[in-house]
Design a protein around this ligand. Structure first.
Ligand code: ZN
Ligand code: ZN
Ligand code: FE
Length: 759
């Protein structure tokens, strides 16, 4: 043994189990001629190494720089150790409690190696729809408990054949300890049914499915996180039929294509989009439509964009190889219900919609919808963070107590914290019906179990009527903390950017309950993790009919017009006053005057709705935010023109809608184009709020601005505000890890709860 022969003990934390980390260490040790052993522990991986010091050094270097694609090292500690004179390197048995505190990998799209085998006629897994390895395949959606071993997954029903077992046991093999390892002999299978649950016998059920799709049929396809409803996206009648049966009238439908080249036939793919499409998370990416394209215009009506993804399971690859340009792949549910995962459940709920069912017998334990992202203002922006990303934590600046937060109402997610990590759940959806609420409760229990977290405090939205708030109030064994909606938005943005505050927080949103009982949503808060003050708001107007005013933007149009013009609104020459019956207009004016069911609101989302209504873009909507989205879509590319604006100061700044509304009406009456007016309106909001930030900076000395709330999904607003604030030398923080919409709220709630608990 040479003089410089040394020994070290390494402890590795992070996502290092179930991702091929031990075989990687094993092969690395062989390459660097090092002896010792590696084992899974309760919190990660333990490595004992001995050898010449320069080999140890290069080994440690490679360990962090060449680790497997799905692994993520969050902590590596290296300790001196006694030489134990190993004469080889081996993978040792897991140490007690292994896997109880380690991180679980998200579900991962099929890797290049597996894809190659899938289409290789000589491979034993040729065309096997469940091919996977340590670098790819299902994880989060098939786990029922920890540690992550086959008996704790839905693969427990399949006993590996000799060949699969040999791969599983061999550290040199890509499938060493790949828990979902399977083949055609021993693993799960697909079966094709009609909508009476009769099996359709076909040599190749996937090929048969493709034929049905080409004929215009609707097929429910069970995938990774749930069932999709699929139709040929080029078949207009089929798309219309799907919309009618699913009761989804206008909300855009997602597409899936075999390759980037196929996508380029109908959408513009920038290099950033391409890398998002190809990433192993395989999200739906929002892409600009090509002017002339063969996709049914009913896929995303009134929208300049398509949401498109590449295949992520072997089933999808096999299906799309059959020569379809694009499939509509929308969640397998009736509108607004959770996606179906169970075969029985899928038949029960989808047989009125789907003509055929391509199902399989590998159970999904936890549903997970497709994630949706958009590349805008220089970064990835999440519209929905779900499959592929969950349960990867958001890393926090500090170690925090264990808390649970239960999100808001729409686009609900929940969040659990532990150490310096915040675990956001997959997309749960709109908590407006019993099945969504059950999924919400299930997810909380499931996550507590697999993350091994016992929360000490439970945070919820201040709104007493939300189902998530009611859940919190029903828990008797834990203290609860109500959190104001927009405070949570701003802290969510601060947390993912590792900022403690205080900051100037711009909260541009649709709906959030204020402590004064009004609906907030166009606010500037000065906030830190525990407290906030409301420094500016859009001056309140009334929402005649409350929730009805969200579904019917014409109500907001009338409210703003009445606010600006009083009774002389009747003399205006506007499309909304022609389209809507004068009787109905009078009714809601009466409602407002008498204060019947007309809450006050400072919401920017409602101002967008109102303006869309005044411009005649849309008087009723099929989904929340539709009118505002269409207002963005019609806006001219660029303008520097703005409407006059005005605010009052006092306890806080109050932006008056009247001059803006008057300016818009004036332009309308002078025949200025809607696209010009929309652009000017956007620019007015941008200019006005960035000027308010300057005033608040002067008063507070704060130079950091955090942007959050659903309105920042509007690319013109987001890009414009960032540009103007940066020109004024503000430091600007935006969302790039969690959604700016209510899908990111749970993170802010959790961080606020942890801060309150910690103090
Ligand atoms: Zn693979
Ligand atoms: Zn097998
Ligand atoms: Fe919100």
């Amino acid at each position: 043994m040479s003089e410089n022969y040394i020994a070290r003990r390494l402890e590795v934390d992070g996502i290092v189990q179930g991702v091929g980390f031990r075989p990687f260490v094993y092969q690395l040790a062989k390459r660097h001629s090092i002896n010792g052993e590696v084992a899974n522990t309760s919190s990660g991986v333990f490595i004992h190494i001995e050898g010449p010091d320069e080999n140890i050094e290069s080994f440690c270097d490679d360990l962090t720089h060449k680790s497997p694609p799905l692994s993520r090292i969050t902590k590596l500690s290296i300790h001196q150790e006694k030489i134990k004179s190993y004469n080889t390197f081996s993978i040792a048995k897991s140490i007690d409690n292994a896997g109880m505190a380690t991180l679980i990998s998200p579900d991962v799209s099929i890797c290049e190696d597996c894809l190659h085998e899938l289409f290789n006629p000589d491979d034993r897994r040729y065309k096997y729809p469940f091919i996977n390895c340590t670098n790819c395949g299902p994880r989060y959606t098939i786990i029922d408990n920890i540690p992550y071993d086959r008996p704790n997954t839905s693969m427990k029903h399949f006993k590996m054949c000799k060949q699969c077992q040999d791969e599983y046991d061999n550290p040199e093999n890509r499938r060493f300890h790949a828990q979902p390892n399977a083949c055609d002999v021993c693993g799960p299978h697909v079966t094709l049914y009609d909508n009476t649950r009769a099996i359709i016998s076909a040599g190749d059920p996937i090929k048969k499915t493709a034929e049905f799709l080409k004929q215009g049929h609707i097929v429910a396809i069970k995938g990774l996180g749930g069932a999709h409803l699929a139709v040929d996206a080029e078949n207009h009648d089929a798309v219309l039929r799907l919309r009618a049966r699913k009761h989804r009238e206008e909300k855009p439908l997602a597409l899936m294509s075999y390759s980037i080249n196929d996508i380029r036939r109908y959408a513009v793919v920038d290099p950033e989009d391409e890398s998002l499409l190809l990433s192993h998370q395989r999200p739906i990416v929002i892409l600009k439509k090509r002017d002339a394209n063969s996709i049914s215009e009913q896929v995303s009506p009134g929208n300049r964009y398509f949401g498109t993804m590449l295949p992520y399971t072997p089933i999808h690859y096999l299906l799309l190889r059959c020569g379809l340009t694009a499939l509509v792949m929308t969640s397998g549910n009736m509108s607004e219900e959770p996606i179906a995962i169970d075969n029985e459940d899928a038949f029960d709920r989808l047989s009125e919609i789907a003509d055929f069912f391509l199902m399989h017998n590998r159970d999904i334990y936890l549903r997970s919808d497709d994630s949706i992202v958009r590349n805008t203002a220089g970064s990835i922006r999440f519209i929905r963070r779900s499959r592929g990303y969950v349960p990867t934590p958001v890393f926090l600046k500090h170690t925090v107590p264990q808390v649970l937060s239960c999100g808001a109402e729409l686009k609900n997610t929940v969040c659990l914290t532990k150490n310096n990590m915040a675990f956001l759940s997959q997309h749960i959806g709109d908590l407006e019906n019993a099945s969504a609420y059950n999924f919400f409760c299930e997810t909380i229990e499931h996550m507590k179990r697999i993350l091994n977290i016992k929360p000490e405090l439970l945070a919820h939205d201040l709104h007493p009527g939300y189902l998530s708030s009611r859940y919190a109030m029903e828990q008797s064994d834990i203290e609860t903390l109500p959190v104001q909606h927009h405070h949570a938005h701003i802290v969510s943005c601060m947390a993912e950017n590792l900022v403690d505050g205080p900051v100037i927080g711009l909260s541009f949103d649709g709906t959030g309950y204020g402590p004064d009982g009004s609906i907030w949503g166009g606010e500037i808060l000065v906030a830190d993790k525990k407290e906030y003050t409301r420094r500016a708001q859009i001056s309140d107007v009334l929402m005649p009919g409350s929730a009805a005013a969200i579904r019917e933007p014409w109500r907001m149009a009338i409210s703003y017009l009445y606010d600006a013009f009083g009774d002389s609104y009747q003399d205006l020459n506007l499309p909304v006053l022609k389209e809507i019956d004068a009787k109905n207009v009078n009714i809601i004016i009466e409602m407002m005057l008498k204060g019947v069911n007309s809450p006050r609101t400072s919401s920017l989302g409602r101002l967008f709705d109102g303006v869309a209504g005044i411009l005649g873009i849309r008087q009723t909507v099929c989904y929340e935010g539709q009118a505002a989205m269409e207002l963005e879509m019609v806006a001219e590319e660029k303008t520097d023109e703005v409407y006059d604006y005005e605010w009052t100061s006092g306890e806080r700044y109050k932006v008056l809608p009247k001059p803006i509304i008057s300016g818009i009406v004036n332009d309308m009456e002078n025949g200025v184009s809607i696209s010009r007016i929309s652009a000017k309106f956007h620019m007015t909001i941008i200019r006005m709020f960035s000027n308010l930030c300057k005033h608040i900076r002067t008063e507070t000395g704060l130079n950091r601005v955090a942007l959050s709330g659903g309105v920042f999904q509007n690319s013109i607003i987001l890009t414009g505000i960032i540009r103007l604030l940066k020109e004024q030398n503000f430091q600007v923080f935006t969302h790039h890890l969690v959604p700016t919409n209510d899908g990111g709220i749970s993170l802010g709630q959790a961080v606020i709860a942890a801060a309150v608990l910690g103090s």
